[in-house]
Design a protein around this ligand. Structure first.
Ligand code: KIV
Length: 275
């Protein structure tokens, strides 16, 4: 259980801080958030990095994949999160098709995320094929986090959410991609759903930190979707999730108690009204 609560926390987390964490051997904690209230809670709890993930498409909007969410919607979610944060580094996902078509479009998307939403950095998916784009975004002064392994924006290419890079060829390609992303200027790299041994190898090879989700304990940091770790999602049970609460049932029970109190006339009581 973390003891990094409000008072003994270091100052604002920057991209430099997370790289320093790797150098010092301090693990990096990252979690998603998509709105002001949740951002305030996770920031207060001492999280280092908040990811405004395009998983908002799933957990906030109810889509089956991350593909439908738009840049405008991601800018809206990110601006809400930024207003709730004092300390954490806020990284925002660039959504599907906001950076793949041309480098110019990618620059405009990343720039909007910084200027309009107030993000501190952007994240985008892919390896060598997005390196030219990453270089140009970084050259413009915008920090970039990479994302390899299971990259959900490519789900229709993969055809499955199964573990990636289990065979030698894909593992070798992933290592090359990781090196290329570091070379292109990424300050950190998410590794999603790959064998732990491969994530360990990549983590040792790179100077920049790796942040794992379903990628084992040797990554420099860990990230989870906040709805999963709090148990707000009910029917999603991959082995890499640790549930710290069962908020679906707890909230449902609370609302059910409220319904019963209203129906029975128990709420409001004399103390809960004005005379
Ligand atoms: O969108 C997201 O939440 C992510 C994490 C799963 C890394 O990209």
């Amino acid at each position: 259980m973390s003891t990094a609560k409000a008072d003994d926390r270091p100052d604002k987390v920057t991209t430099r801080t997370v790289v320093d964490f790797k150098i010092k051997g301090e693990k990096i904690s990252m979690i998603t958030a998509y709105d002001y209230t949740m951002a305030k809670i996770v920031d207060h709890a001492g999280i280092d990095v908040i990811l405004v993930g395009d998983s908002a498409s799933n957990v906030m909007a109810g889509h089956e994949t991350t593909l439908p969410i738009t840049l405008d919607q991601m800018i809206y979610h990110t601006s809400c999160v930024v207003r709730g944060v004092d300390r954490a580094l806020v990284v925002a996902d660039l959504p599907f098709m906001s950076y793949q078509v041309t480098v110019k479009e990618a620059l405009i998307s990343a720039g909007r995320m910084m200027k309009e939403a107030g993000a501190h950095a952007v994240k985008l998916e892919g390896g060598a094929s997005v390196c030219e784009t990453i270089k140009r975004i970084v050259d413009a002064g915008i920090p970039v986090m990479g994302h390899l392994g299971l990259t959900p924006q490519s789900i229709y290419k993969f055809g499955t959410y199964k573990v990636r890079a289990k065979d030698d060829a894909e593992a070798e390609q992933l290592i090359k991609d990781a090196m290329a992303l570091q070379e292109a200027g990424c300050f950190a790299l998410v590794l999603e759903k790959i064998p732990a041994a491969l994530a360990t190898k990549v983590t040792k090879l790179l100077d920049i930190p790796t942040i794992g989700i379903g990628a084992g304990g040797e990554c420099d940091g860990q990230v989870l979707v906040v709805h999963d770790m709090l148990g707000l999602t009910k029917d999603f049970h991959p082995r890499f999730i640790r549930r710290y609460h069962n908020l679906f049932d707890e909230m449902s029970n609370a609302v059910n108690a409220y319904v019963n109190d209203v129906k029975s006339g128990d709420f409001p009581s004399d103390q809960e009204q004005y005379n």
